[in-house]
Ligand binder design. Structure first.
Ligand SMILES: NC(=O)c1ccc[n+]([C@@H]2O[C@H](COP(=O)([O-])OP(=O)(O)OC[C@H]3O[C@@H](n4cnc5c(N)ncnc54)[C@H](OP(=O)(O)O)[C@@H]3O)[C@@H](O)[C@H]2O)c1
Length: 250
């Protein structure tokens, strides 16, 4: 049977852990040549082993333009074009209004907004007409969470990039969609919730608030990303797809 992404070139930023890793694996299993990024070398090496197939790792910080340039230089050494960009690298910390520092603001916006913007913009010369871009937003783009305002503002910005970029990229028939995961069991989330028992308790509490009755798994987000990136979603453009067990709908 033909694989859905056979011979496609796919970029997954933040592809060494959690949602990005699960998505890189899913693209690879569907035949894609995948390029992943992450800042930590050991985590990058472990992810490359886990993904297997035709995967290339580029160590780098997506909030830095020189590192994004290195990513696309590496792509050009092997391929003449890109089919899919999944701009996923991101994260956040909990800081309540009153304690927000310039550093916290800068770090969060640089990674989540500047990083996504330039990951996409610098891909454009290589991205083929009719290609697909998926941006990782979050349910926080439309909801409030105590001590999470800066992160939530970045994800609202990311969601709005999709609305505007479908107009800028109209003539090239490039689709842009945002994926908004709800609470998803990843290393990043566990760290945010203080790891160990503290994280388990927080996840159990949050699960009780989710209509599906549980938190999500990275593989469930990956399936939705592959849908948006594929021709199955050929008329889906500019949407925010919530993959959250119903959390954002109540
Ligand atoms: N988990 C959730 O509940 C949830 C919900 C909604 C949205 N999200 C979003 O989903 C995305 C992935 O999160 P996750 O939960 O899968 O987190 P994760 O397990 O911490 O994975 C984050 C990935 O991004 C990489 N990364 C972080 N900052 C980077 C940077 N500046 N440059 C390059 N790579 C970077 C990390 O590697 P290094 O640390 O080595 O760089 C890692 O590969 C993020 O955008 C997050 O905001 C997560």
């Amino acid at each position: 049977m033909t694989k859905k992404f056979e011979n496609k070139v796919v970029i997954v930023t933040g592809g060494t852990s959690g949602i990005g890793l699960a998505t890189a694996k899913a693209f690879s299993a569907e035949g894609a040549s995948v390029f992943i990024t992450g800042r930590r070398k050991d985590t990058l090496d472990a992810a490359l082993k886990e993904i297997g197939g035709r995967v290339t790792g580029v160590q780098g910080d997506m909030s830095k333009l020189v590192d994004i340039d290195r990513l696309y230089d590496a792509v050009q050494q092997k391929h003449s074009h890109i089919d899919v960009v999944f701009a996923n690298a991101g994260g956040g910390e909990m800081v309540p209004l009153g304690a927000i520092t310039e550093e916290h603001y800068q770090k969060t916006f640089d990674t989540n907004v500047k990083g996504v913007l330039f990951t996409v913009q610098k891909a454009l010369p290589l991205l083929r007409d009719g290609g697909s871009i998926v941006l990782t937003s979050s349910t926080t783009s439309i909801s409030g969470t105590p001590a999470f305002s800066v992160y939530s503002a970045t994800k609202a910005a990311v969601r709005n990039f999709a609305r505007n970029w479908i107009l800028d990229l109209k003539d090239r028939r490039i689709r842009v969609n945002a994926i908004s995961p709800g609470v998803t069991d990843t290393a990043g989330l566990n760290e945010l919730f203080g790891s160990g028992e503290s994280a388990e308790n927080t996840k159990a509490y949050l699960a009780s608030l989710i209509p599906a009755g549980r938190v999500g798994q990275p593989e469930e987000i990956a399936k939705a990303v592959l849908f948006l990136a594929s021709d199955d979603a050929s008329f889906v453009n500019g949407v925010e797809l919530f993959v959250d067990g119903g959390q954002a709908q109540i």
